[in-house]
Design a protein around this ligand. Sequence first.
Ligand SMILES: C[S@@+](CC[C@H](N)C(=O)[O-])C[C@H]1O[C@@H](n2cnc3c(N)ncnc32)[C@H](O)[C@@H]1O
Length: 203
Amino acid sequence: MLTMREKKKNERKYLKDIKSISHLNEILTESQTKERLEIEIGCGNGHFITHYGEKNPSTYLIGIEIKKSRCLKILKKVKNKNLYNIEVIQGKAEDLIEKLPFSSIDVVHIYFPDPWPKARHRKRRFFRKPYLDLLSNCLKSGGRVNFATDYFDYALQAKILLSLHSDFSLIKSAPPEEIFLSVYANKFKRLDRPVRFISAIKV
Ligand SMILES: C[S@@+](CC[C@H](N)C(=O)[O-])C[C@H]1O[C@@H](n2cnc3c(N)ncnc32)[C@H](O)[C@@H]1O
């Protein structure tokens, strides 16, 4: 069993593999080798993206995560599983979606984003109208936004925003099973907090 120090040392060897938004063009060129392009916003420790990427080898996945330590954990999983269809960008999702080309993405995955539960912090939530406009811009027609949260009012916010947006139509759909593998999903299961899944299609 590795000590914490050995684990950290082990993960640091993936530092060179972390991409930044400035690498976007080369990532997009590489993504053309696959049939589909999907992004995950705030991938945490990478449980979703790595399991989903493993199950969908013809899909290219870009994960964006703000914390370097988490990017290293994701990359460790990517390398251990020998996955060649996943890139991890360290950065702010808001900056990435501004730069993604028009009509380039098949699915945007947003699972358990920071809920900012205090009323005065709600404006920090990712799922807001200006970012939904940017997501709409980069999604292909027929593309999807998938969103999950354990926060009732965040789910309500997402549902209202999507139903009022003229580019989106809510659809009934089961969540990808891989979302339940994450640290957060497991925590909510233990606490018996229901997970609310919302999916919308770009019309
Ligand atoms: C509550 S965690 C959920 C992680 C993961 N999706 C899961 O299901 O376990 C939210 C993640 O989003 C990341 N994050 C927060 N704000 C972000 C931003 N603006 N851009 C990219 N990642 C962000 C956090 O660092 C954290 O890893």
